[in-house]
Design a protein around this ligand. Structure first.
Ligand SMILES: Nc1ncnc2c1ncn2[C@@H]1O[C@H](COP(=O)(O)OP(=O)(O)O)[C@@H](O)[C@H]1O
Ligand SMILES: O=c1ccn([C@H]2C[C@H](O)[C@@H](COP(=O)(O)O)O2)c(=O)[nH]1
Length: 256
């Protein structure tokens, strides 16, 4: 079990403390108090985001926890990314990232926002990825690799900043499934999703480095919650064993 170095840095500020604030007020750059949009019932719910590289085992992890009562699972809305009114922005992005990166990531941002705001009845909501990793990992990767024009990056960033400034999106715990890019490459080939056949090992290496910068080294973007790191190169049996070991910590994340 490993806890990210961000544990202490962010311990005082994440979801629980925000919830404890007298109201959902925020102070903007001009010291003017404004209200954040809050979904009813958010004060009680525990939100856990499962983060990790492509094919690191996030869905498999969620499937395991879906057998637990009191947890509501929200998988990534990938079926929407593959089919919006008959178009496939995920496939288009892999074919021509420079042209279609902004299209996919705008839609990812919208659909991840919907996930964060979903009305759930269980006390624990476990999400695959988050609006934060969409921006800090995938948008950053497109931009830093020169595959997203600066104007597209600026527009997406403005949208992201507006959303996260004005809408209360609490996260209590990030579970980071830490894998080697090689493991993900093997699992990706085994899963064989049509759109992803073009993904080379180098792409997974970039995505891996961005995760490490964000969640382990804490040198890139703000980490919105404490991070629980689970080494995830192991076989399925060992992974399920680790999930069981961490079950209580994950389910009581709002007490962190
Ligand atoms: N621990 C594991 N060992 C071997 N294969 C795995 C393991 N976990 C998941 N897989 C397989 O790897 C592929 C990707 O896993 P998946 O859970 O879909 O990853 P993600 O949701 O992170 O993309 C799937 O084919 C899955 O069955
Ligand atoms: O912001 C995002 C989030 C995801 N993607 C891509 C990466 C993968 O091809 C799929 C998600 O698959 P997982 O197996 O769940 O990792 O979507 C993206 O391009 N941008």
């Amino acid at each position: 079990q490993t806890l990210c170095g961000s544990w202490r840095r962010w311990r005082k500020s994440p979801a629980r403390n925000q919830r404890r604030a007298l109201s959902n007020n925020i102070i903007n750059n001009n010291n003017i108090i404004t209200e954040k949009l809050v979904r009813n019932g958010d004060n009680k719910k525990t939100v856990v985001c499962i983060e990790g590289n492509i094919a690191s085992g996030k869905t498999t992890c969620l499937e395991y926890f879906s057998k637990t009562s009191n947890i509501e699972i929200l998988t990534e809305p990938i079926s929407k990314w593959r089919n919006v009114r008959g178009h496939n922005p995920l496939g288009l992005m892999y074919q021509d990232p420079r042209r279609w990166g902004i299209t996919l990531q705008t839609y990812v941002q919208l659909t991840m926002l919907e996930r964060h705001l979903a009305a759930t009845s269980a006390p624990v909501m476990m999400m695959e990825r988050s609006i934060f990793s969409a921006k800090y990992i995938f948008v950053e990767n497109l931009f830093q690799s020169g595959k997203m024009p600066e104007v597209d990056y600026a527009v997406l960033s403005e949208w992201f900043d507006w959303i996260t400034t004005n809408i209360f999106l609490p996260v209590d715990l990030i579970v980071y499934l830490q894998t080697s890019p090689q493991t993900c490459h093997e699992r990706l080939k085994q899963r064989c999703r049509e759109e992803e056949k073009v993904i080379p090992l180098e792409y997974l290496e970039s995505i891996h480095q961005l995760h490490e910068d964000w969640l382990i080294r804490c040198t890139s973007s703000p980490v919105p919650a404490p991070v629980l790191v689970i080494p995830a190169d192991h076989d399925l049996q060992k992974m399920l064993h680790q999930y069981e070991e961490h079950r209580d910590k994950i389910l009581t994340a709002s007490n962190l």
